[in-house]
Design a protein around this ligand. Sequence first.
Ligand code: TLP
Length: 363
Amino acid sequence: MTKHTATELTRDTEVRPRTAATVDLRSDTVTKPTPAMRRAMAEAEVGDDVFLEDPTVNRLQERAAEIFEREAALFVPSGSMGNLIAIKIWTRHGHEVICDARGHILQYEMASMSAIAGCLPRTVAAPDGILSWELIAPLIRPKTYYIAQTALVCLENTHNMAGGTVYSPEQTEEICDRAHAAGLKVHLDGARIFNAAVALGCTVAQLSRKADSIMFCLSKGLGAPVGSMLVGSREFIEQARIYRKLFGGGMRQVGVLAAAGLVALEESPKRLHVDHENARHLAKGLAELPGIRLDPHKVVTNIVVFDTEGTGRTAAELSAELKARGVLANATGTYTIRMVTHYDVDREGIERALQAMRQICRR
Ligand code: TLP
């Protein structure tokens, strides 16, 4: 773990030196708490949150609800738990959940939708991960007693594995309106919804207005060390608190984490455009390399996904070569690599990643 010196802790977040020995583009989950977050954590007022007595958690929840223009919010330990709680609330065992085939909820959450919520995912490969009513409607099961019933639609904004693509407020609203008319609920996995809002120049409230529930992460691009939020109606959040406890996520003096979350919520959205500029720069540089395939115009937030097949190397081989040059990136498929920009990688780090890729691809 990084050790922060006393002088570093007193410095402002903006002047923190950020070019580390290793350029870590595996995910925006790798960000370390900023000095401002560490200060807030050290000074946080705390209480027992299971008794609703942690003032810092309460403040974080109130602020999240206010920012999303909703009645209530709940601090949860992880995005995965937040998504599972929402699925559990909106479905019963034996129900079907419609989601995109590359959705995080389907691919990376330990099959919890089935293992714990007892639901069957019904998927479609949406172009760029962005569902539309035209894609959703044929997946809805007829309303008869002898067929499993569809209960929920899950959207992901930004879409992680599709390369940080975004749903506009209009696209989300249309899906919500039609889903509601068909008797379905809509849950929004907004792990990176602040990135989407910055890319589109709108608010997170506008991006999620008609969704029945929203999960967003404090611990991705916003840079907090731990935690996600569920947002929705007061009734939804009251139920969510019960399921959080049932799943072992009731926490005690957790204001120390909520304090970092509050700094993340208030401060980090202001600088996400920097990550997006870095991702665009990275994408443009990568697209010029022999054998690398990606459309840099599709990179609008902080995630760059590219195809390595033309280099004659698998993603695993290429990422091993990158690692030997001090650059970390995840292979997300046989020929697919994902690079994610974030607070702890600055432009110099991006240049170093590009330089390493040039050396590897031109060899
Ligand atoms: N995503 C992680 C990995 O699990 C892939 C990452 O490195 O991007 N929704 C979305 C869209 C996510 O990207 C993630 C994490 C989650 C939910 C889950 O959040 P956590 O990790 O807090 O459970």
